[in-house]
Design a protein around this ligand. Structure first.
Ligand code: PAF
Length: 281
């Protein structure tokens, strides 16, 4: 596996691969790899001739009071883990190349960013969309891989791909979970031992909703109350939002009439966790 920072060098490698009709997979990441990232890398490796993993902790997607400086960084560890999946190139662009001080262009995806993470974290999706557009533009992948855990992000990126005519396929892979159901996340390492135990409440609440829907419950108001009261049983859990939404528009729905996404964001102490599940069909 090559580890390269230079944009130009990476592009030259990719040009020669494209000339040989090789397919290119891209796994965009901010590092701090866990099984969720590794699953994306392994799938990319099965589906593409050449896999690029980008590793860039994107300052544009962190708000002023968020954890950009605290975000875990360990290149040696990430390098070993990426290599173990068989990816071909770990691309670690320099911040001044990707986000130069005179950067004047940003990408705003409207509507699907209005609510949920977009409302709680103003500017977050502008930062994500701007960087992802740059990554797509530089790498020009045939397939790009994302995790379902960041559900709203996948909706935003799908819209971005459509609106800017990026000629690529997007693959969204299922959330990878710890054995007790906690969704893998780089932020889990900030949980205290008590917080770690309490954090399983997100998955328990998602499962509870799934079971109620399976049994025939259709009223989102009732389902939401059920989910919220389960979460509130954990004294350290503080709900940011729990919402049953249309899976593409992310608008809240009153009834489960078809495929619906249940989105949640819950603070466990100072650690903010998000998770989601699809209910209905
Ligand atoms: O999901 C992430 O890790 C980031 O939001 C992404 C897509 C790499 C953009 O910085």
């Amino acid at each position: 596996m090559k580890v390269i920072s230079s944009i130009r060098t990476v592009q030259n490698i990719l040009i020669s691969l494209r000339n040989k009709r090789k397919t290119i997979g891209l796994v965009p990441t901010m590092g701090a790899f866990h099984e969720g990232h590794l699953a994306l890398m392994r799938t990319a490796k099965q589906e593409c001739d050449f896999v690029v993993v980008s590793l860039f902790v994107n300052p544009l997607q962190f708000g002023p009071s968020e954890d950009f400086n605290r975000y875990p960084r360990d290149l040696a560890r990430d390098r070993t883990l990426a290599k173990s999946t068989g990816v071909d190139l770990l691309w670690t662009p320099d911040a001044h190349d990707i986000v130069p001080p005179d950067l004047a262009t940003s990408v705003d995806v409207a509507r699907v960013t209005d609510r949920w993470e977009g409302a709680v974290r103003p500017g977050h999706f502008r930062g994500v969309a701007t960087i992802v557009a740059k990554l797509f533009q530089i790498i020009k992948p045939d397939i790009a891989y994302f995790g379902q855990k960041d559900y709203q992000q996948t909706v935003v990126i799908r819209q971005l791909i459509r609106d800017l005519h990026f000629d690529l396929k997007m693959r969204v892979m299922p959330t990878v979970r710890e054995t007790d159901g906690l969704a893998m996340s780089s932020r889990n390492q900030f949980l205290s031992p008590e917080g770690r135990a309490a954090a399983t409440v997100l998955y328990r609440a998602l499962q509870h909703a799934q079971q109620l829907v399976k049994k025939g419950e259709r009223h989102c108001h009732y389902l939401q109350k059920e989910v919220e009261s389960l979460i509130k049983k954990e004294p350290v859990a503080k709900i940011d939002y729990v919402a049953f939404c249309h899976p593409e528009t992310l608008e809240p729905v009153d009834q489960i009439l078809g495929k619906t996404v249940l989105l949640m964001a819950v603070k466990i102490g100072s650690v903010r966790l998000i998770d989601n599940v699809i209910v209905g069909r």
